[in-house]
Design a protein around this ligand. Structure first.
Ligand SMILES: [Ca+2]
Length: 207
């Protein structure tokens, strides 16, 4: 199990792709190629991303890593995630064992913190569903952190159907943006920037 990839790196100022290049260390002598399948920098708009609590999620033109980003401001007790547009849907089969989903998250403002939840990604489709649990933030001000989720079955919890069936037809990709609980008191602000799905020619299953 590639638990070493379940890491959250502090890479303030680095791009998501550079971060993943560091995470997915190549075997000696191999020339691993990184290819971005689809990505969102949020530098012009929300890039089609939506949310389960749209009143709490807006696009900001600055303050991201760099440029624009998706900003969440807490106003309810619901946990908020962001939903990928259709450009992220389709077959991920070719990425099985050779690709990853990455994003950057920042806790920007918090008061009266009562709990932290892990960085989470949900994938689903007609043939299955799975959840990725990354690390858990431990401080109320993180700066921009990179989360990389390898598309390797062992790093995900399949909650219905099968891993291979799910990857054959992904129709929903959700990333949790709200990681901090504060008993509905005060206003907490969190952000997401630089979402990408990419492939790594060396894969992740190399002994
Ligand atoms: Ca940006």
């Amino acid at each position: 199990m590639l638990t070493n990839f379940k890491v959250v790196e502090s890479l303030i100022g680095a791009t998501a792709m550079a971060a993943v290049a560091i995470l997915a260390a190549a075997p000696a002598g191999a020339a691993c190629k990184l290819k971005t399948v689809v990505s969102s920098t949020f530098n012009k708009n929300l890039d089609g991303w939506t949310s389960n609590t749209p009143a709490e999620v807006v696009w900001r033109s600055s303050g991201g890593n760099p440029g624009g980003f998706v900003q969440f401001t807490d106003m309810t007790g619901a946990t908020t995630y962001i939903d990928a547009p259709a450009s992220y849907h389709g077959s991920y089969s070719a990425l099985d064992g050779a690709g990853f989903i990455t994003f950057q998250h920042a806790i920007l403002q918090e008061v009266n913190v009562s709990s932290y939840d892990p960085y989470q990604i949900f994938l689903s489709g007609p043939n299955g569903a799975a959840m990725f649990n990354g690390g858990t933030p431990t401080a109320a001000s993180t700066g921009w952190l990179t989360v990389a989720a390898p598309l390797v079955a062992a790093d995900w919890t399949v909650t219905s159907g099968t891993w291979s069936g799910l990857l054959a037809n992904v129709t929903d990709l959700q990333i949790v943006i709200e990681l901090v609980g504060n008993n509905n008191s005060g206003t907490d602000i969190e952000g997401i920037d630089n979402v990408a799905v990419a492939s790594q020619s060396c894969g992740f299953g190399i002994p």
